[in-house]
Design a protein around this ligand. Sequence first.
Ligand SMILES: Cc1cc2nc3c(=O)[nH]c(=O)nc-3n(C[C@H](O)[C@H](O)[C@H](O)COP(=O)(O)OP(=O)(O)OC[C@H]3O[C@@H](n4cnc5c(N)ncnc54)[C@H](O)[C@@H]3O)c2cc1C
Length: 412
Amino acid sequence: MDHETIIIGGGLSGLTCARALHAAGRRSVVLEAGDDVGGRVRSDTVDGFTLDRGFQVLLTSYPEARQWLDYESLDLQVMTPGALVWRDGAQHRISDPFRRPQDLPATLRAPVGSWLDKARIGWMRWQSQRGTLDNIFERPEMTALALVQHYGFSEKMIESFLRPWLGGIFLETELSTSSRMLEFVFRFFADGDAAIPAAGMQAIPRQLAAGLPEDSVRCGVAVVAVEGKTIHLSSGERLTGRHIVVATDGAAASRLLPEVVVAPSWRQAVTIYFAAAVSPVGEPTLLLNGTGSGCIGHIVDLSRVAPRYAPAGQSLVSLSVRGAVPESDDELVALIRTEAGGWFGGATVAAWRLLRVDRIRQALPVRWPLVRSHPVPVRDGVWVCGDHRDTASIQGAMQSGRETADAVIALS
Ligand SMILES: Cc1cc2nc3c(=O)[nH]c(=O)nc-3n(C[C@H](O)[C@H](O)[C@H](O)COP(=O)(O)OP(=O)(O)OC[C@H]3O[C@@H](n4cnc5c(N)ncnc54)[C@H](O)[C@@H]3O)c2cc1C
């Protein structure tokens, strides 16, 4: 055998698997098709701005992230809990009174649902924190919309807060995502912060990779087939391993192992980045579209959250788009400028400089029913991990990778 364990894929699941093996004194090699580690968590520098590939955040309460990441070195920059909601031509605050009691009066006054609705948020928050994380996956499953309706939220609260906020997390505004994912999200938002590393989200996978022995991560190496415990690379090279861990996204896993992995369908993310001279959002938090119409999902000034994301004196506006949008970037940007102009003034928005449009077609795999697949070899010595086996999240990817390593260690 060439290797003890070969891990295919250098995203969060593959890297966490490698780190857990390394922590137990086991050797592995990670083969990554891309030119760098990170998979769906990558960042680029454009004109001095740090642009993550699609807007995303780390929830600091994720248990796997706490176990494997050094938050201090990542220099995490946190967002203010809660959100601002754009409605009736103004910004209104909806905060978590357990975390920011000083915001309670503003939250109660906000014309975004009734007082009872705001109390229901507290009730749902409490419910999502009951029991263990695994308990969430044993609860009855319905759509997220059915669950918020079950809690009795008013239409106004759903349309102006829950739909835009959850829509930005689930990447769909029908709220057809599993209620278990809704409880998962509530649990971790209640327990910690939403944060981004000072140097961009890709600092997360880079830190995981930096904790591995030199030469154990090979980038630019694409695996084209898995045959027994032999893998074939696009270069024609063959490698053998005692264990093969397929830690790719679900679509690639189904191509490598068509008989055991079903290709998932996907949710798409569209994020537009602009450079602005003046920040459109006065705080490091999300500004949600609570109007019930339009293509803007939410806006955040990422340089207010993490100043290094933008050159001094400039703001980095990240605008997440929802619903069906034009395929042409020019048309999409024109549409968004018109809509945002209605919020901030046409002249202000016309002065924003377009940096990039990110269309991530395969952003989140659809998971229904949302169950956690505990690791078992799918064939002799062949394992599968990744967010398509767990929750579609940083926590899900890392947990799936770590548990697979635990199972490999237990067998060998
Ligand atoms: C726009 C967006 C926003 C998100 N927002 C959040 C958020 O706010 N919070 C959160 O918790 N999660 C969020 N997520 C989800 C989270 O990023 C993913 O669930 C997680 O990164 C998936 O990690 P993974 O390792 O399972 O898969 P991937 O990141 O897809 O990694 C798989 C790796 O395998 C490699 N690969 C594929 N095929 C091959 C092959 N044949 N040979 C070698 N290598 C191969 C790929 O190049 C890739 O690097 C978001 C995702 C996106 C895209």
